[in-house]
Unconditional design. Structure first.
Length: 400
């Protein structure tokens, strides 16, 4: 596809088109980059559009939008996105990342058909997500009485039960389905909730979110973020955490079929304050702009263990990832990160001999795995023993 068409695709869909970052050697204090991408809720057109709709009160029309408009626009997005072979291939690769083990039972041709089908359904959903967020979700602030007509909740009593423990509640969510509808529904239902969100990524709709909930601006590496989270949990508040985003400073923990950068703070805060973690997700009605919000059972964390503190946090982080996997697999095409690649960056290591001397190459390989073990987590891996063997080998090589 030529540059003109790619530019058109970005302007129409505002979906990220970058690929994965592959690193030959992992430098854990600098590996990976936080890629920038076209974000629909930060686009000037969408910011201006929502302001105009509010000023003219045109939401009184879109709140009863005929679903055929949503349907046709989503099909249009599916068609346009499918024209970009590189983008389509990237999304199909991410489908394989999620379903790798399940796809092994099929032959190559069948696997490709399954991946293509899910990728196209995902493009269709992303179009619907953008369309309904701007035209239906943004009407909730002006017409809050509409919310019970559009959204129904199931399992909300589990939040009440968790609140009675008096240690705060963490609602674990993913960028899956209409997650902003899910969050705001709780606010409009009488729950005082706080969401951790990077405000600069959603300027078009941030005021619509703040009308229903409190917000903590998740500025990367800002110490005030941690203090704000602590305050919510200390006061027995409800914190909604979309935990499927990974940044370069996070450790590698298993997620689906690969090691991925994973936020350990969810498990760390739950362990520190004794807060229960409940999964929460939203289901989309296929025939009309309606949603159901579901709250799952509390995640059983390992709180008392002989494991060192760091290993205990990472072990529970793996349990958090498993819960996220279940949420995502409830409707895979609805996971935004199938195309907005962030979480699915992989570790890639190529073997290259530098010079003809074996010793420096062996030492470099041992350094690599030493760093990897210290900055990753694998269930039942005897880290201390392996690191001891590596240190012993390095000392013996140094003595040669």
């Amino acid at each position: 596809m030529n540059k003109e068409k790619k530019s058109l695709l970005e302007k129409i869909l505002h979906i990220n088109l970058f690929g994965r970052v592959q690193v030959e050697k992992i430098e854990f204090n600098s590996a990976g980059t936080q890629d920038s991408f076209v974000n629909p809720y930060a686009h000037p057109f969408n910011i201006g559009f929502v302001k105009l709709m509010n000023r003219k009160n045109w939401f009184k029309f879109t709140r009863k939008l005929p679903f055929i408009w949503v349907y046709l626009f989503s099909k249009f997005c599916r068609f346009i996105s499918g024209l970009d072979k590189k983008f389509k291939t990237q999304t199909m690769d991410n489908v394989e990342f999620v379903l790798k083990d399940r796809l092994q039972r099929y032959d190559h041709q069948t696997r490709e058909k399954i991946k293509e089908y899910i990728a196209l359904k995902h493009f269709e959903f992303m179009g619907r997500l953008w369309f309904e967020d701007l035209l239906v979700f943004c009407s909730f602030r002006r017409y809050p009485s509409d919310v019970p007509k559009y959204v129904k909740g199931f399992g909300l009593e589990k939040i009440d039960e968790a609140k009675r423990k008096g240690k705060g509640v963490i609602l674990l969510a993913a960028h899956h389905g209409h997650h902003m509808v899910c969050t705001s529904f709780l606010g409009y239902s009488g729950y005082k909730v706080t969401q951790l969100i990077d405000v600069k990524t959603v300027p078009a709709i941030i005021n619509d979110m703040k009308a229903a909930i409190d917000v903590i601006d998740a500025v990367e590496q800002d110490p005030s973020v941690g203090k704000s989270i602590n305050k919510v949990l200390e006061n027995n508040g409800i914190l909604i955490w979309l935990a499927d985003s990974g940044y370069k400073i996070f450790p590698y923990v298993k997620f689906f079929s690969e090691y991925c950068r994973t936020v350990p703070a969810v498990a760390a805060k739950a362990l520190k304050f004794g807060s229960p973690i409940l999964p929460i997700w939203v289901k989309v009605n296929r025939k009309k702009s309606r949603w159901t919000v579901h709250v799952g059972d509390e995640i059983e964390l390992v709180r008392d263990s002989s494991l060192p503190k760091r290993q205990l946090i990472l072990h529970n982080t793996r349990l958090v990832n498993k819960a996220l996997e279940k949420i995502i697999l409830k409707n895979l095409p609805s996971w935004s990160f199938l195309s907005v690649v962030d979480k699915t960056k992989r570790i890639s290591k190529e073997f290259k001999i530098k010079g003809l001397h074996v010793k420096p190459n062996l030492l470099e390989e041992l350094d690599f795995f030493e760093k990897f073990i210290k900055n990753s987590y694998e269930e039942n891996r005897p880290d201390e023993k392996i690191l001891g063997v590596i240190e012993e080998l390095k000392n013996k090589l140094d003595d040669l």
